[in-house]
Ligand binder design. Structure first.
Ligand code: FE2
Ligand code: FE2
Length: 173
C-alpha cells in the first residue's frame, strides 16, 4: 500500500527537489541575467528552508533523534550560510562565481542526502505528530516568503538578510 509522507516530510522533501531543479537550471543557463535570477532563487529557497528547519523541525526532534545527527545538521547549515554569504554580492562576471555555485550544489546535495537518509526516517519512526509539525513549518515558511516579497527588488540577493532578524542560526556577514 502506498502511504503518503506526513506533512512535515513531504514539505521538506518538496523544498529539496525544488532546489535540485533550480541548480540543474543554473547549470544549463547560458545567459548571465538568468544565472543571477536562478542563484537568487536558490539562495532564497535555501535560507527559508534552513530557517524553518532550525526553528521548527530540528527543535521538535530533540530527544527523538540522535543528538549528533541534529548537531551535524546545524553545523552544516552554518557552512551553507557561509557559502551563500560568499555568493551574495558576486556576479557571473566573477571568475569564481560558477565554482561557488557548484560547491554550494555539492554541499547541499550532501546535506540533503543525510537529512533524508538519517534524520527523516528517525523522525517518522518517533511518536511525533509530523502533520502538526508540517503545519508549523508551512506557517513559518509562508510568513518568511511574504516578508521577502515585501522587500525592495533592488535588495537583490541581500534580501535574504531579512531572515537574520529572526536571529538564531542566521548570521550577519
Ligand atoms: Fe537541513
Ligand atoms: Fe532540508
Amino acid at each position: 500500500m502506498f502511504l503518503k509522507d506526513p506533512k512535515a516530510i513531504s514539505l521538506l522533501k518538496k523544498d529539496h527537489r525544488t532546489v535540485d531543479k533550480l541548480f540543474a537550471q543554473y547549470e544549463a543557463a547560458k545567459d548571465n541575467h538568468e544565472k543571477v535570477d536562478l542563484v537568487q532563487q536558490i539562495c532564497q529557497s535555501l535560507m527559508v528552508h534552513a530557517h524553518i528547519e532550525e526553528k521548527v523541525f530540528y527543535p521538535a526532534l530533540r530527544g527523538k533523534v540522535k543528538q549528533n545527527l541534529l548537531d551535524e545538521a546545524f553545523v552544516e547549515h552554518d557552512t551553507l550560510k557561509d557559502l551563500i554569504s560568499k555568493i551574495d554580492g558576486r556576479g557571473p562576471e566573477d571568475a569564481h562565481f560558477d565554482a561557488y555555485v557548484t560547491v554550494l550544489r555539492e554541499y547541499v546535495h550532501h546535506h540533503v542526502k543525510e537529512e533524508e537518509r538519517d534524520i527523516m526516517p528517525a523522525a517518522e519512526a518517533s511518536s511525533l505528530d509530523m502533520d502538526e509539525i508540517g503545519e508549523r513549518l508551512m506557517l513559518l515558511k509562508t510568513r518568511l516568503e511574504e516578508r521577502i516579497s515585501e522587500m525592495e527588488p533592488e535588495a537583490d540577493l541581500r534580501h535574504v538578510a531579512v531572515l537574520q532578524m529572526d536571529g538564531r542560526g542566521i548570521r550577519h556577514h
